[in-house]
Ligand binder design. Structure first.
Ligand code: TV1
Ligand code: CA
Ligand code: ZN
Length: 388
């Protein structure tokens, strides 16, 4: 009736919890859990929920979170009092500054989005799902003992640790505009996880400042993780053509050499044009092409969210990517349904606004063809050291 058919053969599970959306980082903070409400509203108005198994996430237990995080940090996270952000003094575990404020229900928020990613990973392990989705996860900066860049618990690391119980090799790919430093660091010393991040790179003025092309894991004789970190540092204004070419070329070569048995794709939507914190000219189509490519590899696939600071575009991207997962992206109407909740927030009523509609005037593209070729060459060279 609306183009949604439940596909035979491929199972998609959708992990969410409306409680997550009730948390607030503070009035002017760019991270708005409300973007999840907008995304889910759009996904449901298309009827896509009918083609997935939906699970309301439970809280991860402290024991599960201790798979990665220290007890000391988790205790502090649980008991930290709500405070007015103040960047001037030393903060235990980097909590309570402006990036990572302490807010009402902080621990529950962390345990819920972590629980959703852990459960999603378990669905892939036991074969109940082929693709599992948690748009509230993807919080890639969190470290084992501290918060960083709007991220408190690293649900991606927790999910990959679940996958590693069954899977010999996991490929992690990160298309958030920021470097996936927390995940990279967590698996720095193992050859069972290959991490790939595409990001805006500027060590001086773009967070977190790491992720240069040469950063490929500690290169010592006795470290199996050497060469198992791949970084794709980019400049402002990259467009769909360049981004898709890089993604498919780099990820294709990683898959050929590393032969992953499962894939985790962090779909941070701040790499989209017009993002409040981002710098790229990637469109909903280009962002979605990364999901299509991963799906085409026919491996268990975990899709998580991440950044995304212009909520209407986050919702467009994650709804489109949900449709790719379930296989109805070619049949749904690109015109946003009339009954979509908060439809007035979309301004343009298409899933695929043009760059001109998003930005007025596109950002100049600072990525030369030579830069793109140099990246591909360096990474191809790095991958000579990676074997399944
Ligand atoms: C409160 C109110 C906090 C307004 C933070 C942008 C704000 C930012 C705010 C902001 C902001 C950052 C830094 C500087 C490190 C700091 C979810 C020395 C208008 C995955 C995290 C970016 C991205 C952190 C997270 C960054 C993710 N940028 N307004 N803060 N200090 N922090 O630069 O990868 O998307 O910007
Ligand atoms: Ca990234
Ligand atoms: Zn980001």
């Amino acid at each position: 009736e609306n183009g949604i058919v439940r596909p035979k053969g491929i199972n998609v599970s959708f992990h969410l919890n409306p409680e997550i959306e009730q948390h607030h980082f503070g009035h002017s903070h760019p991270m708005k859990p409300w973007r999840l409400t907008l995304s889910k509203g759009l996904i449901i108005s298309y009827g896509m929920h009918a083609a997935m198994d939906t699970y309301v996430a439970r809280q991860a237990t402290e024991e599960e979170m201790e798979d990665f995080h220290t007890t000391d940090y988790l205790d502090y996270l649980r008991t930290a009092e709500v405070a007015i952000p103040d960047d001037s003094e030393e903060k235990p575990h980097n909590l309570g500054g402006s990036d990572c404020p302490i807010f009402e229900g902080l621990f529950d928020y962390c345990a819920l989005y972590s629980g959703a990613s852990i459960d999603a990973a378990r669905k892939l392990c036991n074969g109940q799902s082929d693709i599992a989705i948690n748009w509230s996860g993807g919080l890639h900066h969190a470290k084992k003992n501290e918060a960083s860049g709007f991220c408190y618990a690293n649900d991606i690391v927790l999910a990959i640790l679940q996958l590693l119980r069954q899977h010999p090799r996991v490929l992690y790919i990160d298309i958030d505009v920021h470097h996936g430093d927390g995940v990279e660091e967590a698996f720095w010393s193992t050859d069972r996880v290959l991490t790939v991040s595409l990001h805006k790179y500027d060590p001086v003025c773009f967070f977190p400042g790491t992720g240069d092309l040469e950063r490929n894991g500690p290169q010592s004789e006795d470290n199996p993780g050497a060469h198992h970190a791949i970084n794709v540092p980019l400049n402002d204004g990259i467009d769909d053509d360049q981004y898709i070419y890089l993604f498919e070329t780099v990820v294709g070569r990683c898959v050929d050499k590393f032969r992953p048995t499962a894939i985790v794709l962090q779909c941070g939507a701040d790499s989209l044009a017009g993002d409040r914190l981002g710098r790229f000219n990637v469109q909903v189509q280009g962002h979605g092409a990364c999901v299509s490519y991963c799906k085409s590899l026919n491996l268990p696939l975990l899709l998580v969210g991440g950044g995304g600071y212009t909520p209407r575009n986050v919702a467009r991207a994650w709804a489109h990517e949900t449709s790719i997962a379930i296989g109805c992206s070619d049949t749904i109407d690109p015109e946003i349904p009339l009954h979509t909740p908060y439809r007035e927030h979309f301004r343009h009523t298409t899933l695929f606004p043009t760059l001109e509609q998003i930005l007025g005037e596109p950002k100049p593209n600072k990525n030369s063809p030579k830069k793109i070729q140099d990246i591909v060459e360096h990474i191809t060279e790095q991958l000579r050291f990676v074997n399944a």
